[in-house]
Design a protein around this ligand. Structure first.
Ligand SMILES: [Fe+2]
Length: 492
């Protein structure tokens, strides 16, 4: 008895001194087996009927804008002379500029193009503005032909304002609404939701429903792997459509900021499809040009008090490549007196202690990690691994080929790395972890869930992860973040 007590004491002290292993491996009972994809006929994929299409019910404060109505005479005046009645499918919005005064609206009409115009305004009954720079395009993928994919920019919006917008101008219209962010600034509170590797399984539906029920998220950061269409025969692109209809109930009302994952690549030479990211780039636009990026796969935006850099794990990032040169020029532009919180999103995690995708992010870490430390990134959100993990503040940048210094060490200038690839996917949870838990790993658990990053002011942010099996009020993991620029002391 006394000897086992001594061993326990040694283990506790070893853990305290950081010489034994990392943090907590949660033993929460995990869901086993493969998630089941929701069939085509599921109600979450329902196609809205044609004439005067009724709205899908969203949630929370936007309920009032779901009521379909006829156009007013003034609205009729600004329409094109004729637009055929076609159902409008798959509406989504994302930030359309670098500071949050713009929105990109995307929707699809299936049978005919119809109008690419968006009517919008701050009053539901008076949509007094219209955006006419919209356009549509289609694409083919093997034996699939897409519907007419419309994109339209709404510009020069007022901050912190609720806008109603209408698409499908003609006989079939649908109305939605969104709230613009507050003006970019130092102590502007704002809450970002976090979901990764969502997919369209029954578990995906639980994740999105739990996120909606939580209600705190004002903008969703989606860290890649969206539809998992490539898991279906011939990359069945109808699954891109069902995914779009599935998430519409949220993304039509609040912007999602997305990074590209491996399931967005859709590279399938065996069926003649050799253009990477074809469906993704046709459907999910980003405001990359305003951050002087040359690709929609990497870009940055400012929103409230956050500067968000989105990287592509599946595009070249070696020295001299476009992504490398862009990021090299990007970091010095970040003004922490304007946007105190520096957030990076990418798909393949750099610090991962599961036996899935282990070290897949290593080559990008080698290229970029020293910049992350130099410019004091607050937090890095990744997905890819179908589980949850939060790291300590660590870096591994001392190695120079011959000095042997290749172990992560605690570093107060380093970001916290969070893997949030537990949205629902189609492949199952990553339940197999490395043991002992590495020093860099603070908390890990293989459960489906989502997270919230609540910025309070320039110095503090509150982060929490929720697992799907719990009620919304239960927090499964949390951390108070101290800003690396304004309050760079150890959180513990
Ligand atoms: Fe992935």
């Amino acid at each position: 008895m006394s000897s086992s007590l001594s061993i326990l004491r040694v283990l506790v002290w070893a853990a305290v001194l950081g010489i034994c292993n990392g943090g907590v491996t949660s033993q929460f009972t995990r869901k086993s087996g493969k998630p089941k994809v929701m069939p085509f006929g599921s109600d979450v994929f329902a196609i809205p009927p044609g004439y005067n299409a009724p709205q899908q019910i969203g949630f929370g404060s936007c309920f009032q804008c779901h009521v379909p109505r006829a156009l007013t005479p003034a609205e009729e005046d600004v329409l094109e002379a004729f637009a055929p009645a076609v159902p409008v499918l798959v509406v989504h919005i994302t930030q359309g500029d670098d500071v949050g005064e713009g929105v990109i609206v995307m929707w699809i009409t299936q049978d005919e193009p119809g109008s690419s115009t968006v009517l919008y305004g701050t009053t539901e009954d008076d949509l007094d503005r219209r955006s006419t720079d919209g356009s549509f395009r289609t694409y083919r993928f093997f034996n699939y032909t897409s519907g007419y994919i419309h994109h339209c920019h709404l510009r020069n919006l007022k901050y912190n304002t609720k806008y109603y917008y209408m698409v499908g101008i003609g006989l079939t219209t649908r109305m939605f609404c969104f709230i613009t962010p507050p003006e970019v600034g130092l102590d502007v509170p704002y809450t970002f939701g976090l979901i990764g590797d969502l997919g369209q399984s029954y578990d995906s539906n639980v994740t999105l429903s739990q996120y909606e029920a939580n209600g705190k998220g004002q903008t969703l950061l989606m860290v890649g792997d969206l539809s998992y269409a490539d898991e279906h025969p011939y990359h069945d692109n109808r699954r891109w459509d069902t995914f779009g209809r599935f998430i519409e109930r949220n993304i039509a009302y609040q912007p999602w900021i997305w990074a590209a994952g491996n399931h967005e690549i859709d590279f399938a030479p065996e069926i003649g499809e050799t253009v990477p990211f074809k469906p993704y780039k046709h459907r999910y636009r980003t405001p990359y040009r305003v951050s002087h990026s040359t690709s929609p796969l990497w870009y940055s935006i400012k929103r409230a008090s956050a500067y968000i850099i989105v990287l592509s794990s599946y595009s070249a990032y070696g020295k001299y490549t476009p992504q490398f040169k862009w990021l090299e020029a990007e970091f010095p532009k970040v003004n922490r007196s304007e946007t105190p919180w520096l957030i990076v999103m990418l798909h393949s995690p750099w610090y991962n202690s599961y036996n899935y995708h282990y070290m897949e992010g290593e080559s990008m870490r080698v290229m970029f990690e020293s910049w992350f430390v130099k410019y004091k990134v607050d937090v890095v959100f990744a997905g890819h691994v179908h589980a949850y993990e939060r790291s300590y503040r660590v870096s591994n940048i001392a190695y120079n080929v011959v000095n042997g210094k290749c172990t992560p060490v605690f570093d107060e200038s380093a970001p916290v790395y969070i893997t949030i690839g537990d949205g629902g996917n189609l492949e199952g949870l990553a339940t197999n972890m490395t043991f002992p838990q590495p020093n860099y790993s603070a908390f890990r658990e293989a459960s489906f869930g989502y997270a919230m990053f609540e910025i309070k002011n320039r110095t503090h942010a509150y982060y929490e992860w929720h697992r799907n099996q719990d009620s919304v009020a239960v927090v499964a993991d949390s951390m108070v973040f101290y800003n690396r620029y304004w309050y760079p002391i150890h959180e513990s």
